[in-house]
Write a protein that binds this ligand. Structure first.
Ligand code: SF4
Length: 361
């Protein structure tokens, strides 16, 4: 089955750490032109609609669209009559309105992902977010009031000035919200971001970040969440089906500025510039070789706690993973383990996953 990803790049402001494809729209005409273009692009995949089982509208900030624009997009998707299991939309909490929540419910959105990042006033300011702790709490309450219960919260940890106690407090607030999913990533200071300039003379404390991650694992275990991917936790049965497609190396269609499709051993990425995207210019096409596909299956698969199925590898590539890659050293170092035809990271390996992945590149 295939995933459909739709990118809405528009944001009301730019967060200091952000390196996603995003932009502050010039005017509403630009947004409308963009929405027309993504609709045309979605229609090009009509022959694949019966294979789509997940839809994900990400951003940018999808709920920065006006009610009219949002309804137009959701209605368009609804009328495609795709028989999906999961339909996610990302939102920023400070601009969520009762009308938006009603529209989500009306047009079949069944999973909401909230860009919370932290509950701390200092942290939100430091990261350049414009919401407050109360905005997050109010957003969750509003969604639940509209019977939207499958909710993810995104958190970031390890930013400068955050203590272990602060992070523990974030996790306590998260628990109070009683939602089904947590995506929790340590801060990566990307090159073309405002934070990169601010962090020029700052060295993050790697030991503290490791302690935070250890705490996260034990905390979420104690709260009975399934740790199913390095940075993702869910109540049983609420794992993100769409994101699992990336880790399982299933196919997906990517619509919109900077979005990537992966179909029939080809990866196609749309332009990061809106005008070029509107004119179908600047497409980046990669024809993946069998070796590329093998490496990707390993690197993406190892992100999942279940690891890589040796049988799936054999069926896909007609060769054994142990003949193609030598990973015994990683087992001896205690970073990988083999278990019933699966190869997976150990708990020590989660933190050092980049070292493990490099061995397969
Ligand atoms: S983090 Fe999200 S809201 Fe902030 S600028 Fe990036 S895409 Fe926009």
């Amino acid at each position: 089955m295939i995933g459909l990803y739709i990118h809405i790049p528009f944001c009301k402001h730019i967060c200091k750490y952000c390196d996603f494809p995003k932009k502050i729209p010039k005017d509403s005409t630009q947004i409308e032109k963009y929405l027309e273009k993504i609709k045309l692009d979605i229609l090009k995949y009509q022959n694949l609609y019966d294979k789509i089982d997940t839809i994900y509208i990400g951003g940018g900030t999808p709920n920065s669209l006006s009610n009219c624009q949002l309804e137009d997009l959701l209605k368009f998707i609804y009328e495609l009559k795709i028989n999906y299991k999961e339909f996610t939309i990302e939102i920023n909490p400070e601009i969520l309105t009762a009308t938006q929540a009603l529209l989500f419910k009306k047009y079949g959105v069944n999973r909401i992902s909230i860009g919370a990042e932290t509950f701390s006033d200092y942290g939100l300011k430091h990261l350049g977010r414009h919401h407050t702790k109360n905005d997050i709490i109010n957003a969750v309450n509003l969604l639940k009031k509209n019977e939207l219960y499958n909710i993810n919260i995104d958190l970031i940890f390890g930013y400068y000035g955050q203590t272990l106690e602060d992070f523990k407090e974030d996790l306590n607030y998260y628990t109070m919200l009683n939602v089904s999913h947590l995506s929790c990533y340590s801060l990566i200071v990307e090159e073309n971001t405002l934070l990169n300039i601010a962090y020029k003379n700052i060295k993050l404390d790697e030991d503290l970040i490791a302690d935070m991650y250890d705490y996260l694992l034990s905390f979420m275990r104690e709260k009975n969440y399934v740790h199913y991917e390095i940075s993702n936790f869910a109540r049983n049965g609420f794992e993100s089906l769409h994101n699992l497609k990336y880790w399982d190396k299933d196919e997906y269609i990517g619509i919109g500025m900077g979005a990537t499709s992966y179909i029939e051993h080809k990866r196609i990425t749309n332009s990061l510039y809106i005008n070029k995207y509107l004119r179908d210019e600047d497409l980046y096409v990669e024809n993946l070789t069998e070796l590329d596909e093998k490496k990707e299956m390993i690197i993406m698969g190892l992100r999942k706690m279940t690891g890589i199925s040796k049988i799936k590898y054999l069926t896909t590539f007609k060769s054994r993973i142990e003949d193609d890659f030598s990973y015994q050293k990683l087992i001896q170092l205690g970073l990988l383990e083999e278990d019933n035809n699966f190869i997976k990271l150990t708990e020590k390996g989660y933190l050092l996953s980049n070292i493990v992945f490099e061995e397969f590149i």
